[in-house]
Design a protein around this ligand. Structure first.
Ligand code: ADP
Ligand code: MG
Length: 254
């Protein structure tokens, strides 16, 4: 113990992987099986996922690999048969249904492939809807909604109904709506699948900007390997199992 070189070095040694991984959500050994005509079909087969705080995560996998099933569990729409799910420090897999819908409304924003806008409401009113449910005052709504519309580049489309908007514009409304309640986590299930590639790329860039500006965690699924370019983290799913995980361009798991 005469050589103190190692000791000196120890002060400089930080664990970069541990320091940079701040989880917002975590799935641990999650399993899900569907029942089809008395046959059990395992769909998620022991999955571990870590969604980092204020990062952009892509869940990449072919159709049928289990992306929607996983995102629904992460988003507290569905529960696992087995395993633990923690979102914003809450153990959601064990929560009662009433508590879960409150928790979901406060903490999670959703963006769907087919936009899921209410067709009889304008762009403005679609964004307003979750705020009304949350009991936001008229003055809060009046301040926030124009800001959100502006952030997604739709300041001049406030009065348009979804039918009077393009696919890309509808998805922008859906993004603004998902952000309205300042969620900690935004989940988007193949948000670019129904858009042409140029519009899809614009929507990706917008979501990327929202992650950085609002410091939210964003996870979105896709079967298009092109989308990896926009992501901090990539989780590759195959047949209900994690195949690879990439963080900041480095492979961390296989
Ligand atoms: P992805 O979103 O990657 O296309 P899904 O999560 O939708 O994958 O589906 C994964 C697998 O689970 C598929 O084989 C699908 O047929 C099956 N599946 C999904 N939902 C149900 C359900 N409600 N009942 C039975 N099987 C289902
Ligand atoms: Mg799907």
């Amino acid at each position: 113990m005469t050589d103190d070189t190692d000791e000196t070095n120890e002060d400089d040694v930080v664990a970069p992987s541990a320091a940079s991984v701040r989880p917002l959500a975590q799935l641990t050994q999650v399993f899900k099986t569907y029942q089809m005509d008395s046959v059990e079909v395992p769909v998620i087969k022991g999955v571990d996922i870590l969604v980092r705080h204020a990062k952009f995560t892509v869940l990449l996998g072919p159709s049928g690999s289990g992306k929607t099933t996983l995102l629904n569990m992460l988003g507290c729409i569905d529960k696992p048969d087995k395993g633990e799910i923690v979102v914003a420090e809450a153990r959601v897999a064990e929560m009662a249904d009433d508590d879960l819908s409150d928790f979901r409304a406060k903490n999670i924003g959703f963006i769907f492939q087919n936009f899921n806008l209410l067709p009889v409401l304008s762009a403005y009113e679609n964004i307003e809807y979750p705020l009304l449910l949350a009991g936001a005052t008229p003055s809060q709504r009046g301040k926030l909604i124009p800001r959100l519309l502006k952030a997604v580049g739709l300041a001049d489309k406030a009065k348009n109904l979804p039918g009077q908007l393009s696919g890309g514009q509808r998805q922008r409304v859906a993004i603004a709506r998902a952000l309205a309640r300042k969620p900690k986590l935004v989940i988007a299930d193949e948000p670019t699948a129904n858009l042409d590639s140029h519009t899809g790329a614009t929507i990706l860039a917008l979501m990327r900007r929202m992650v950085d500006e609002y410091a939210i965690s964003f996870i979105f699924s896709s079967h298009d390997p092109e989308v990896i370019k926009a992501a901090d983290d990539t989780i590759v799913l195959k047949d209900g199992m994690i195949q690879e995980v990439w963080r900041d361009g480095e492979k961390v798991e296989s």
